[in-house]
Design a protein around this ligand. Structure first.
Ligand code: PAF
Length: 587
C-alpha cells in the first residue's frame, strides 16, 4: 500500500488526499505550508506538494530530502527543477477542474487524464486513481498548461461574457447553456474545424457589425478576440478540406474507392489518430429500436477500425450513469447506451410498472455525456411475445444466489440473461458497469469469464452525493428525514472499513460494527451487512487482503444497497476524516 503525505490542504490537495484514500492509499499527514514541513518526506512513499505554483520551490526547499521518498508537485506549468533538492521527483497534473474537494474527490477517480513527468510513481498514482496518463516533459509544460487553461478557464470566462451580454438582452445564462453544451459535444464528435458555425465562419460581416453596434464597449475586445479565433479556424478548415478533397480524388482514381470515405489512410480505414485526435464520430445521435440495426451499426463501426464502448442501463439516467458514459467516451471511439427496462429481472409487477421511463430525456443525457447510439428496444424485440416463456436463460451459480439474489429470487437470472443478449448483439466491446451494484458486477464478470464472451467488463467507482449517499434512482423516493437517515449505510461501511484497516480480522466482528451503525438509525431497517471476497462474494473465515463490505437496508419503503472495499493490510486510515474537514487557502 502506498503511503502518502501532502502539503497544501486547498481544493486540489484535499481532493487528491480523499481520492487517494478512497482508492486504498494510506494518506498520512495533510500539512499546510505554514507548518514545520522539515520532516514531511520521512516515512512515506510519496510527498505531494499541492501549494500554489509560486510556493512550490520554497516549500520543497524546506523539506529535508529522503532517498526513497518521491516528491510530487501538482503544477501543470512547472517542470521538475522546482523540486531540485529531492533525488526522486515527479509531477502529476489532473486534467479536470476541481471546483471543490467533494467534487474533486469523485472526479479524480472518474477515468480522467493526468499529465505526468519524472519518477514512474506519478503514473502509478494515476493508475491507482483509474486515470490515463500523458507524459509531458519539462520543455512542453508551459504549452501543455496553456492548452489546459484555454480549455477550462478561458471557456468559463467566455461563458461569463455570454452571461453579461445575455443579461443586457433581458435573458438568463441558462438559456444559452444548452447551446454551449451542444457545441462542445460537436467539438468532441467532429473536431473544432467541422463544429464551427456562425457569422464569423460564414464571413457574414454585416451581422458581426450589428453585434458590435449593440455591445457594451467593454465587451468589444473579448468579442473581437473570439471573431479572430473563429476566422482563423474557418480558414484552417478550408485549407484542410481542399487538401482532403484532393487526396480523396487521387485515392479514388487509383483504387476505385468511393468518394464517401473523404479521409482515408490509403488502406481503406478512416483517418484514425492523425495528430492524436480520436476518429470522428457520427454527427447525429442514433436511436434504434431494432436489435438487428443495433448490431449492424456496431459491426460497421468496428469494421471502420473504431472501438466500441457499451453502457447497459434501464434508463432514468442519473449522474452515476453519466460517469459510466463519460468513462466509456474517454476510452472508446463509439459509445452505445442501451435503455431497456428488463421485465425478467423484476419479481414484482407493480415495481416493473412503476419504473420511470422517459426515453427523450435519457437520449439527451446520453448524448451530452458523449454517446452516439442509443438502443431502446420494445420488450417483444428482445423476448418475443411472451418473455416469461423464454426457453433459454442464463443462471450464474454461486455469486448470484445470496444477498440481493436471496431477497429478489430470479433477479440475477433476469440480469444475466438480458446482459448476455445485449453482449451477443453488441459484439466485441468494453462494457461499463457501476460498482454500486457490486453483486451484479460480480455476476456479469463471472458469466463473461465462464462463457468466454468477448467483452471486457469495466467496473466504475460508485458516484456519491456530496454527503456520501450512493447515487441511485431510488434516492428520489426518500423523504427529507429518510434521506438523512439513509446516510447510515455509508457511515456503516466507513466504520467497517476503519475496523478492518485498524487490524480486525474477524468478519463477524466487522459485521457487528456495521450492523450497530445501521440499527442506531431508527428509520433504517437493516437487511444485511457483510464482509465478502470481492470475486466469489463468499464470506471469508478471516479478513485477509482486499475484501468488499456490502450493506442493504430499508429506509421507509425504499430498499437501498451500498458497498465499499477495505484492505486488511491497510494502515490506519482514520486520518481521512481529517483530510475531509481540513480547509485551507492553498491550491
Ligand atoms: O443495472 C442495470 O441497470 C440493469 O440491471 C442492467 C445491467 C442494465 C440489466 O438490465
Amino acid at each position: 500500500m502506498t503511503t502518502v503525505s501532502l502539503i497544501g490542504p486547498g481544493r486540489a490537495g484535499r481532493s487528491l488526499a480523499a481520492a487517494l484514500a478512497d482508492a486504498g492509499c494510506d494518506v498520512r499527514d495533510v500539512l499546510t505550508r505554514h507548518d514545520d514541513v522539515t520532516s514531511a518526506a520521512r516515512g512515506v512513499d510519496v510527498l505531494v506538494i499541492a501549494t500554489p505554483d509560486a510556493a512550490i520551490a520554497e516549500v520543497a526547499a524546506r523539506v529535508r530530502p529522503e532517498p526513497d521518498t518521491v516528491v510530487v508537485h501538482l503544477s501543470g506549468a512547472l517542470g521538475l527543477d522546482v523540486l531540485a533538492p529531492h533525488p526522486r521527483r515527479a509531477s502529476l497534473h489532473p486534467l479536470v477542474p476541481l471546483p471543490s474537494a467533494e467534487v474533486g474527490r469523485v472526479r479524480l477517480r472518474s477515468g480522467i487524464t493526468f499529465a505526468v513527468a519524472g519518477d514512474p510513481v506519478a503514473a502509478e498514482l494515476a493508475g491507482v486513481l483509474d486515470g490515463n496518463v500523458v507524459v509531458v516533459e519539462d520543455e512542453h509544460r508551459a504549452a501543455y498548461h496553456a492548452a489546459a487553461c484555454i480549455a477550462s478557464n478561458h471557456l468559463v470566462a467566455l461563458m461569463g461574457q455570454v452571461e453579461r451580454v445575455a443579461t443586457s438582452a433581458g435573458l438568463d445564462l441558462e438559456a444559452f447553456v444548452g447551446l454551449a453544451r451542444a457545441a462542445l459535444t460537436d467539438v468532441v464528435e467532429l473536431g473544432p474545424g467541422a463544429a464551427l458555425t456562425g457569422p464569423a465562419a460564414r464571413g457574414d460581416d454585416t451581422t458581426l457589425e450589428r453585434h458590435r453596434q449593440t455591445l457594451d464597449p467593454a465587451e468589444i475586445p473579448g468579442y473581437e478576440a473570439g471573431v479572430a479565433l473563429a476566422r482563423r479556424l474557418a480558414t484552417e478548415r478550408a485549407v484542410h478540406d481542399s487538401a482532403a478533397t484532393d487526396r480523396c480524388v487521387t485515392d479514388g482514381a487509383e483504387t476505385g474507392a468511393t468518394l464517401a470515405l473523404t479521409s482515408s489512410d490509403g488502406a481503406g480505414r478512416p483517418e484514425a489518430r492523425a495528430g492524436g485526435r480520436r476518429p470522428r464520430r457520427a454527427k447525429v445521435m442514433r436511436v434504434v429500436a431494432s436489435a438487428q440495426e443495433f448490431s449492424d451499426v456496431l459491426d460497421t463501426e468496428r469494421a471502420l477500425g473504431r472501438s466500441v464502448g457499451l453502457v447497459p442501463t434501464m434508463g432514468a439516467l442519473h449522474a452515476g450513469h453519466i460517469a459510466l458514459v463519460e468513462r466509456a467516451t474517454a476510452e472508446c471511439d463509439v459509445v452505445a447506451v442501451t435503455v431497456f427496462v428488463n421485465p425478467l429481472q423484476f419479481n414484482d409487477a407493480a415495481d416493473l410498472a412503476a419504473y420511470p421511463r422517459d426515453l427523450d430525456a435519457d437520449v439527451a443525457v446520453a448524448r451530452s455525456a458523449g454517446a452516439s447510439l442509443v438502443f431502446a428496444p420494445p420488450v417483444e424485440e428482445m423476448y418475443g411475445a411472451q418473455p416469461a416463456r423464454m426457453a433459454s436463460t442464463v443462471h450464474v451459480e454461486g455469486v448470484s444466489e445470496g444477498l440481493e439474489g436471496a431477497s429478489r429470487p430470479g433477479h440475477f437470472d433476469g440480469v444475466s440473461t438480458v446482459v448476455a443478449k445485449l453482449f451477443a448483439l453488441s459484439g466485441r466491446c468494453r462494457a461499463y458497469f457501476g460498482e454500486k451494484d457490486f453483486q451484479q458486477l460480480a455476476v456479469v464478470r463471472r458469466m463473461v469469464a465462464d462463457l468466454s464472451i468477448p467483452v471486457t467488463i469495466v467496473g466504475c467507482a460508485t458516484v456519491r452525493e456530496v454527503d456520501g449517499l450512493a447515487m441511485s434512482s431510488r434516492n428520489t423516493r426518500l423523504e427529507p428525514g429518510q434521506r438523512r437517515a439513509a446516510l447510515a449505510l455509508h457511515r456503516a461501511l466507513r466504520a467497517g472499513r476503519t475496523c478492518v484497516e485498524r487490524g480486525e480480522r474477524d468478519p463477524v466482528r466487522v459485521t457487528a460494527v456495521m450492523t450497530a451503525v445501521l440499527v442506531a438509525e431508527p428509520l433504517v431497517t437493516p437487511d444485511y451487512a457483510v464482509v465478502v471476497d470481492p470475486s466469489t462474494l463468499e464470506c471469508p473465515t478471516e479478513v485477509l487482503g482486499e475484501v468488499r463490505l456490502l450493506v442493504a437496508a430499508r429506509v421507509g419503503g425504499v430498499r437501498l444497497i451500498d458497498n465499499e472495499s477495505a484492505c486488511a493490510s491497510a494502515a490506519v486510515s482514520v486520518r481521512q476524516d481529517r483530510v475531509l474537514v481540513n480547509t485551507g487557502e492553498e491550491r
